[in-house]
Design a protein around this ligand. Structure first.
Ligand code: NAP
Length: 246
């Protein structure tokens, strides 16, 4: 579905980003793989991707850093000549009631989840305008649609990302570039590993499909949105939540 395309995926060393990178590679895409802190994990993903007979290179970069993310985009464009698919997946959470959220935690979450995605879009914007094709996929969250207690900064960042998605979709439509968001519910990754015992059972019980999602539940949709099959879809927010937010 993605033969000949190049995808730049942030936070692809584990979890949902890893699954998206592997599924896109399986479907023929070359992968520019970003991570920040775990080189061994990133290298493992790179080796699995190379088994699919596509190109893959790793880029260590903190996407919340405006200048560092510009350099990464320049490096990727130099190495791959173009980027057809940008997946803004990297994200962090610092859950707490509002009374206990520190200024630093609030800023960190906004800086990675919202500003980091903005940085990537801004730096790739000229290349997308020039090539007059491409797609951007932002990994948001159902928290950004509904709000969620103890996740004020996270929910606000994802709500902002959804607004950013719609704005970019409008701005770049005239250039043939699409931009959509995926809003996962509860997906089993390191990010949600702290949720266990009764808390997790209660949460899962509230999901109509009666199970937590897997990273592959999200990556399959990302492959579809990156493919030509989705070329008339833009500005959408698609939930992958087992019916949690029906
Ligand atoms: P995860 O397993 O914790 O993976 C997060 C990834 O982001 C890692 O690869 C990490 O790199 C990278 N990352 C973190 N900060 C970064 C930064 N400043 N610059 C570059 N990369 C950075 O999380 P996940 O559950 O897969 O989440 C992926 C996305 O899905 C996030 O945007 C999250 O908000 C969203 N989401 C997740 C769920 C869920 O239930 N899991 C639900 C809704 C939405 P290192 O490994 O190198 O540290």
């Amino acid at each position: 579905m993605l033969k000949g395309k190049t995808a730049l995926i942030t936070g692809a060393s584990k979890g949902i980003g890893r699954a998206i990178a592997l599924d896109m590679a399986k479907n023929g895409a070359n992968i520019a793989l970003n991570y920040i802190g775990e080189p061994n994990e990133a290298e493992l993903v790179r080796r699995l991707i190379l088994d699919e007979n596509v190109h893959c290179a790793i880029y260590k970069c903190d996407i919340s850093d405006f200048n560092a993310s510009k350099k990464m985009v320049d490096d990727v464009l130099r190495d791959f000549s173009q980027v057809d698919v940008l997946v803004n997946n990297a994200g962090i959470a610092r859950d707490n009631p509002i009374l206990r959220i520190s200024e630093k935690d609030y800023d960190d979450v906004m800086d990675v989840n919202l500003k980091g995605s903005f940085n990537m879009i801004k730096h790739l914007y000229p290349a997308f305008m020039k090539s007059r094709t491409g797609t951007i996929i932002n990994i948001a969250s159902v928290c950004g649609l509904r709000g969620w207690q103890w996740q004020a900064s996270y929910a606000a960042s994802k709500g902002g990302l959804i607004s950013l998605t719609k704005t970019v979709a409008k701005e770049l439509a005239g250039r043939g570039v699409t931009c959509n968001a995926i809003a996962p519910g509860l997906i089993e990754t390191d990010m949600t590993a702290g949720l266990n015992g009764d808390n997790k059972s209660d949460f899962v019980a509230s999901i109509p499909l009666s199970r937590a999602g897997q990273p592959s539940d999200v990556s399959k949709l990302a492959v579809f949105l990156a493919s030509d099959w989705a070329s008339y879809i833009t500005g959408e927010v698609i939930k992958v939540d087992g019916g949690l937010c029906i």
